[in-house]
Write a protein that binds this ligand. Sequence first.
Ligand code: GLN
Length: 342
Amino acid sequence: MGRANCDEFAMGSSNENSAFGPVQHPFLEGYVPGGSSGGSAAAAAAGFCHVALGSDTGGSIRQPAAFCGLYGLKPTYGRVSRYGLIAYASSFDQIGPIAPVLEDLIAVYQVIAGWDEKDPTTATEAVEPYQRKAPPKRWALLMPTGVSGAVADLIQARLQNLSAQGIAVEPVDFPYWDYLIPTYYILTTAEASSNLARYDGVRYGYRTPHAHTLAELYARSRSEGFGREVKRRILLGTFVLSAGYAEAYYTQAQKVRGLLYRFTEELWERYDLLVLPTSATPPFRLGEKTADPIQMYLSDLLTVYANLTGHPAPPNPYRPNPRRSTCRPPGDGASLRRKSPI
Ligand code: GLN
């Protein structure tokens, strides 16, 4: 067992918000491994472990798994207990596995899924044993404009593969692309600002050695303990919940969340699967987006949808030879294995 690097409080899309420094992509020098669970994905891709766990509030399992060429599964909200997980946005967070081999991903998922008396939001339905079934018939493709050429080409290749298997994927008009990121960031920062209130230097978290009064203890512990991005989100979340603004931002965003849920329920009447790319771009360079938080936030466009509605977001198991993921270290991977701390 090992511990992996993660963006501070799982806030990030590139692993550059970690207090321990950024994780490097295991095979692409100078590139990010994705985030926030980038340490988990890098470890699994480098062969340090068979399976790693990540937490997915808005893509942090799927996006680093995709960037490192692995399988990542965000379970349905409530399927896996959040007991022991440090909360970021409680109505979004889910734990799930990341692995290079599909069977390993499924094996770990089956163990961690299920009801837990310590998390009242877990579902009580029994976890069905996994069976490989024939692919469902009705597939829908949701693609925004602005997806990079490399990703669009890959999706086209996958669609051709599916059509060779007799599966037609129907493009669907999704009218809410522009709402996903604002809704996600209003609601998750609101929940985070509340969840992180417990880090007061008294009961939880870092405590400053420099305080003389109680007020100073709170203020300094939080100022010194939290990183820049976490502070930005606490401020944003406090703002959208504040008297006079809550109606305009928080309540409005909750309504949009309801709208998205109802729209998706309607889609389920017509389709069995919704297909989306995980990321609109391939892995980007370290430092490429750190100066512009909005650009960084926009990189979550395709993943936050599943967390807003609570739906599961599994990898595509119906591709040819799904057993192993396609990503391999250059050469035989021996140099990476030698670097393994295990
Ligand atoms: N990148 C998203 C964010 O920063 C998702 C993070 C996550 O899923 N933990 O909020």
